[in-house]
Design a protein around this ligand. Structure first.
Ligand code: NAD
Length: 466
């Protein structure tokens, strides 16, 4: 299929014809598409890593670990299990309906639109594609204009490997054009403002959507845990991709003494990972744009003016899109940094009286995409799972749930809805179609057809509802 400046209507129509031909239904076509996608990634890993370095300053190893490698694992896992996932599932037939057979068959939806953000521009464009292809669909991919090097690389590479998939590049106006078209499913990953635009556009065609949004994912830390080890994991989870990770721990909630003890431990871990001057570390990324870098600088300044204390920080260089790893202590829940998703290398520590106060705080905000708990207190772990709502929970570990293909990934409430990855993707991008077969003979429906004689009336009340 085409790539450069195509007419969105023509693109979608061509894909629709391809789906209607039935060519995408067979298991062999799906496996072949997955192989081709894996080939794209392995053959061009260097080019994609270079594009990521250009857009986000990511080190090649980080680019591989967080995007290319994760995708290859997801493809491998999907390939291995696809036949089983697609097998029609026989279901129990209640006695009243027997003799009959019933099953659920997964059928492709058709043409899927994937709208991706800039923060993991390879992963978040191609991971939904793994599921869409595995479920027998074709797709239109809309990479983010804020990661232009990656968008250009994918625009060139995807058609070479996957002629049945279209890439449409450009800014918001191109996304708007695409959204006028009728799709069979839309996956949008990004902020909630555009999420609303996508959902409104989808409503016009009654197109189902999966919205992968963001939010403020908290990390609860208490005194029962190994604080040094917890600080190591939190600092890592926060600073991967310079904090531009939807499931990064957004802030720490901890009792005041734990909050204080964490300060030097977090500082130590940051130096361990990125040295005394992170601006010189080849492993610390850059902010996607000057606007976003300036936003983060402003957020820190306003929070300091609001009483926060800088534990770790330093000079930002907005022109170079560099914001240093920053830890803010004594952050009040009313602080500016707590009013929006941080989405950068700034970690606020919010002292709270106890677990009750932490739970109240979480419940008082939008439901986060992830919630993390660093505690050995099993009762506290259980309470956090049971008394708060979030896309996922990570106990003692941030981020990893998001790259496990065995788990569904998605948000709830303000962090979005619908889920994908692995089998969840195949279900999301398929229609689960019930198929019932009840032979004409014996005619066991005779008893429930009019005329409702006294015998049939009696039978009707015996058949159902008891
Ligand atoms: P972004 O600005 O790149 O926007 C995402 C997409 O929306 C782009 O493809 C863009 O073309 C399109 N778009 C922008 N403005 C539009 C408009 N007016 N009309 C139509 N389309 C438009 O990305 P972003 O929103 O800055 O992404 C960051 C957010 O995404 C954060 O909130 C983050 O938490 C969230 N996120 C969520 C996940 C997840 O899996 N749940 C993953 C990554 C990021």
């Amino acid at each position: 299929m085409t790539t450069t400046r195509p007419d969105p209507h023509a693109v979608v129509q061509a894909l629709r014809v391809h789906v209607a031909s039935g060519a995408t239904r067979s298991l062999s076509w799906r496996l072949d598409q997955l192989d081709r996608l894996a080939g794209l990634l392995t053959d061009n890993a260097r080019e994609l890593e270079a594009a990521l370095a250009c857009d986000l300053g990511s080190s090649p190893t980080e680019g591989y670990l967080t995007e290319i490698g994760v995708l290859l694992e997801e493809i491998r896992y999907t390939r291995r299990h696809l036949r089983t996932w697609l097998a029609p599932r026989r279901v129990h037939v209640p006695w009243q309906y027997r003799p009959a057979r019933a099953s659920i068959v997964l059928e492709p939806l058709g043409v899927v639109l994937v709208i991706a953000p800039w923060n993991y521009p390879v992963l978040l464009l191609l991971s939904p594609l793994v599921g869409a292809l595995a479920a027998g669909n074709t797709a239109v991919l809309k990479p983010s204009e804020l990661a232009p090097a990656t968008a250009a690389a994918l625009e060139r590479l995807v058609p070479l490997y996957l002629p049945g998939v279209a890439v449409v590049t450009g800014g918001a106006e191109r996304t708007t054009e695409l959204l006028r078209e009728r799709f069979d499913h839309i996956v949008y990953t990004g902020g909630s403002r555009v999420g609303r635009i996508v959902m409104e556009a989808a409503a016009r065609h009654l197109t189902p959507v999966t919205l992968e949004l963001g939010g403020k994912s908290p990390a609860w830390v208490d005194s029962t845990t190994d604080l040094a080890a917890a600080a190591r994991r939190i600092a890592w989870g926060k600073l991967v991709n310079a904090g531009q990770t939807c499931v990064a721990p957004d802030h720490v909630l901890a009792p005041p003494d734990v909050a204080r003890d964490l300060e030097p431990l977090l500082a130590r871990e940051i130096t361990r990972m990125y040295g005394p001057d992170p601006s010189r570390s080849p492993d610390f990324g850059r902010i996607v744009s000057r606007e976003h870098a300036a936003r983060l600088v402003r957020l820190v300044e306003e929070s300091v003016a609001h009483g926060a204390r800088v534990v770790v920080g330093g000079e930002a260089d907005v022109a170079a899109r560099f914001v240093p790893p920053t830890v803010l202590a004594d952050v009040a829940p009313s602080s500016p940094v707590m009013a929006e998703e941080v989405f950068g290398p700034v970690l606020p520590i919010v002292p709270v009286a106890d677990l009750d106060a932490a739970i109240d705080l979480v419940r008082g905000g939008e439901k986060p995409l992830a919630l993390y708990a660093f505690t050995t207190d099993e009762h506290a772990q259980q309470r956090l799972v049971a008394e708060t709502s979030s896309g996922a929970v990570g106990i003692d570990v941030p981020l990893v749930h998001a790259s496990m293909p065995t788990l569904p990934f998605g948000g709830v409430g303000g962090s979005g809805f619908g889920a994908y990855h692995g089998e969840a993707s195949v279900r999301t991008f398929s229609h689960a179609k019930p198929v019932v077969h009840k032979r004409l003979s014996p005619d066991t429906l005779a008893a429930i057809r009019p005329p409702f004689t006294p015998a049939r009336r009696f039978l009707a009340r015996r058949l159902l509802g008891r």
